[in-house]
Design a protein around this ligand. Structure first.
Ligand code: HPA
Length: 274
């Protein structure tokens, strides 16, 4: 992408003239978690195809729009339909919306995803606050000429997921009497699910959950000094943990089952975000 920064600015300018207020928090909705939008009020929806230079979604179950509106008494923007590397997007495109959020003046980012459970204490339906991630297998979204306007060449990643936000979110879960896990999210490129040996290796590395998103977005956000919180919905046990095969329908179904609990937790988190 030539003139990538100009393209970002063009897209942000287009969005700015469509919305009334700068959102306080941006929320990226993971597979099966997209119905959070139903809990929002005073919404303005912008389909991706309307936004100059914006990538377009291809995966079934991910429709593509930005939804600006209120949740938990706060102005937020929800991103319904994210861009995955496995769809063929370059990492610059995968993180394009995150960079636009920052250009719009949003400094807080909540990343959500569906993930496989690597930690054998987990079960499908569990929600996990991401303490840190393992991104060895992700091509780095910051590769290439650095955009100095956004952040430094060699950004620190020693605390991508803000510890205070993790604690805040854990307290929200306690208030709602909702069980919550904490753990390490490992990225794999997909689109094939992992092999049992890969999952054993990731477990050895310290992973509690595995998925095909979030890591590039979190790196790009941290590069721009955004405050990042991540929540995984464990939709299945990872390959080889149980004697069964994996499929995408199961992931979507499991996401749907926790939608209510997930939306309640996210609303509470939005309300309590410092
Ligand atoms: N592996 C990778 N990504 C996933 C999984 C999984 O088991 N479940 C949901 N997303």
């Amino acid at each position: 992408m030539g003139n990538y920064f100009d393209k970002l600015k063009q897209a942000a300018d287009y969005i700015r003239q469509k919305i009334h207020k700068t959102p306080y928090i941006a929320i990226v909705l993971g597979s099966g978690l997209g119905n959070l939008a139903n809990y929002m009020s005073n919404t303005i929806e912008i389909p991706y195809e309307e936004i100059p230079n914006f990538p377009r979604t291809t995966v079934i179950g991910h429709d593509g729009r930005l939804i600006f509106g209120e949740l938990g008494g706060r102005d937020i923007v929800a991103m319904k339909g994210r861009f995955h590397y496995y769809e063929g997007w370059d990492m610059e495109e995968v993180v394009f919306p995150i960079r636009i959020f920052k250009l719009l003046g949003v400094n807080n980012l909540l990343l959500t995803n569906a993930a496989g459970g690597v930690n054998t204490q987990f079960k499908p339906g569990d929600l996990m606050l991401i303490k840190d991630h393992i991104g060895f297998f992700a091509e780095n979204p910051l590769r290439g000429e650095n955009i100095d306007e956004l952040g430094p060449r060699f950004p620190d990643m020693s605390q991508i997921y803000d510890r205070e936000l993790v604690e805040m979110a854990a307290e929200c879960a306690i208030r709602l009497r909702c069980d919550i896990r904490r753990g390490i999210y490992a990225y794999t490129k997909g689109p094939s699910f992992e092999t049992p040996s890969e999952i054993r290796a990731l477990k050895y590395f310290g992973a509690d959950a595995v998925g095909m998103s979030t890591v590039p977005e979190a790196i790009a956000a941290r590069h721009m000094s955004m405050n990042v919180l991540g929540i995984s919905c464990i939709t299945n046990m990872a390959a080889g943990v149980l004697e069964q095969t994996l499929n995408h329908e199961e992931v979507i179904e499991a996401g749907k089952k926790v939608e209510g609990k997930f939306a309640a937790l996210v609303s509470e988190i939005v309300k309590s975000w410092p």
